[in-house]
Ligand binder design. Structure first.
Ligand SMILES: Nc1ncnc2c1ncn2[C@@H]1O[C@H](COP(=O)(O)OP(=O)(O)OP(=O)(O)O)[C@@H](O)[C@H]1O
Length: 218
């Protein structure tokens, strides 16, 4: 499904964080949003997820975003798994809330755990899994819901370099063909993962760089 953001303006209180911002993500495209801290990357994802008010227009396949929907799944750095539920039952939970029958949801959850490399860990509790494994469970939980658009906000920010690199490989594999908006401030990660990289706040960075160069030359 395609995602369209038109003339998006969002702010907290009086100051606008994003102003007249537009972006199109084609069906199945993986777009990375990069930019310095505070430039509004998470704000953009929260608006697309329908979690905060905005002006402008956001739509998925032409249908306007008016609030949250499981069609647009947001994945965070924190895994948000329930500590008392096993990996399998964590993946199953949103499916249960959607009313998917037990045998079907169990099978779908197990299939996704296998696809993220966690076959054999179905009965482990989150505390028995490493940070990278917990992120894999989170990814399985998100994708088992078959969202049309996946929104990822610095999902690997807390992982060590090696785990991060294996998660990047996994994401490339399992999200291939899924419309994805992925936020990072790691330039290498952006270039590695993105079909396209959109840099937020670049104008501001350019302006600052020009000002610094002018000051140095003076
Ligand atoms: N709930 C909030 N209330 C008020 N201001 C906020 C709120 N959330 C974010 N901001 C401000 O909006 C601006 C953009 O924040 P946002 O989190 O979108 O940036 P970001 O690019 O994702 O940053 P980072 O890379 O550090 O996560 C920042 O100046 C931030 O202080």
């Amino acid at each position: 499904m395609s995602l369209s953001v038109r003339s998006l303006t969002v702010g907290y209180g009086r100051s606008a964080v994003l102003s007249d911002f537009s972006l199109s993500v084609a069906d199945g495209e993986f777009v990375v949003v990069a930019g310095p801290s505070g430039c509004g990357k998470s704000t953009l994802l929260r608006a697309v997820a329908g979690l905060i008010p905005f002006s402008g227009a956001i739509s998925v396949d032409g249908v306007a975003v008016r609030g949250p929907s499981r069609d647009r799944a947001l994945v965070f750095q924190e895994d948000g798994l329930l500590p008392w539920r096993t990996a399998l039952r964590n993946v199953e939970l949103p499916l249960a809330l959607q009313g998917v029958p037990r045998s079907l949801r169990r099978a779908r959850a197990a299939e996704w755990l296998e696809r993220v490399g966690l076959a054999g860990f179905e009965d482990h509790l989150p505390r028995e899994l490493s940070g990278g494994m917990r992120q894999r469970v989170q990814l399985a939980r998100t994708l088992a819901q078959q969202p049309s658009v996946v929104l990822m906000d610095e999902p690997f920010g807390a992982l060590d370099a090696q785990t991060r690199s294996s998660m990047q490989e996994l994401v490339t594999e399992v999200l291939s063909g899924t419309t994805t908006l992925f936020v990072t401030h790691d330039v290498d990660e952006a270039v590695l993962l993105g079909d396209r990289v959109v840099v937020l706040g670049a104008g501001e960075v350019e302006r600052r760089r020009d000002a610094i160069l002018a000051a140095v030359k003076a």
